[in-house]
Design a protein around this ligand. Sequence first.
Ligand code: ASP
Ligand code: MG
Length: 460
Amino acid sequence: MLIMKFGGSILEGAGDLQSIADYLKGALEEERIVAVISALKGVTDHLLKIGELAALGDELAVMKELQSLSEKHLSICEDLGLTCQAVRKELEKLEKIVIGITYIGEITPRLRDLIASMGENLSGSILSELLRKKGVKSRFLTGGEAGIVTDDSHGEANPLLKATRVYVRSRLLPLLEDTLPVVAGFSGLSQEGRVTTLGRGGSDLTAVLLGSSLGSREVWLWTNVDGLLTADPRIVKDARLIKQVSYREAIELAYFGAKRMHPRFLEPAMVTSTPVRIRNFRNMSSPGTLISSREVRSREVVKAVGLRRGVSIITVRGVGMIGRPGTAGRLFSLLGDNGLNVLMISQSISESDISIVLEAEEAERARGIMEARLLGPIFKEVLLDRGCSVVAAIGSGMRGTPGVASRIFGAVSAREINVKMIAQGSSEVNISFVVDETDGEEAVRALHDEFELGKEGEDL
Ligand code: ASP
Ligand code: MG
């Protein structure tokens, strides 16, 4: 059995749905399939915008946006020659909810989830009807109907793995005997029976949850890029596709990839060792990237190099910090309480300073807050270093291999690039360091060259 998830990037018009349905019909001759679908490209954003306009009470704007959303879906139905009863019903329901919000002038996280989840219901109903039209027995199910159970953290709900497994198996296994289920990605149902969403990009998580619950052979995430690359091809000309990575490596790589993915989706796959494959629907001859529990040693210990631009370093100093338990705790609680996300941390053994990396804008805010709330006898100084980039070397082969750090920093220094800060977790899958923004791209090229990532290799 295979789970196949179709992402929003490959869901633009009637032609896309047509090719997906044809492809599924063919693939079904080989084995059983569960299809998971995202909303049409841009639709989730559109729905969220409609919700916000409604909360502002802007009835005119709301009606205009609803109109264009309806037209987008109904014209696809028409092009495909479908009746789309289900789509019409869903659109009516959306309109009623949104008008209600317009009158009340307020939107709650629950309502926001209810609205946001509807994009997948629309695209999924279309695909399922299209499959039936092509003679495939198919049924559409929402995430909740398919058995995805979550907690009630609306907007970014956490799946309850045990319950989900039981429900998914009882709902889908009997259906799979003779039917191709089309499941709405992104949504679930809380234990109170409310519609929840799994966070942006959450359809990947839906697919993996179904795959690990059903014990599918693999989970395929169909998108519009070949997979994970050794580096950003706009920076490195000879960047290549990485054919296999471990879950750990994929989690490190996720942020830098061209396919927007939230590494959270890999957790349930890791628990059951379900392999996940990123595949390009527009380039089917490419094998894609396989993410699995297999630790594949590449010719080189480093498999990929990433770059994150637009960050700043904040350094907090004070001799009073030395040997005093709780200082780091105070610092990070303050940041956390103010919703500031820390990207990188480093403290030397002398304990007299702690450096952290934040996104540039957040760093400005963090500095203000730290100056107002932290400075005193223990924390003496807060320094801000703007205009930085983080370079990350990723690969599980680094673990226990001596000399990797020396090669990394040797390569960078050979190009006269100054390293401002370094962090490596003890898992040794990632060595990250900060350089001046102007040196970022060159540092990436230096590492890509040093580890010969552009060279074709069997094992990559
Ligand atoms: N449609 C949702 C989003 O845009 C979920 C997904 O596409 O994975 O975030
Ligand atoms: Mg998406």
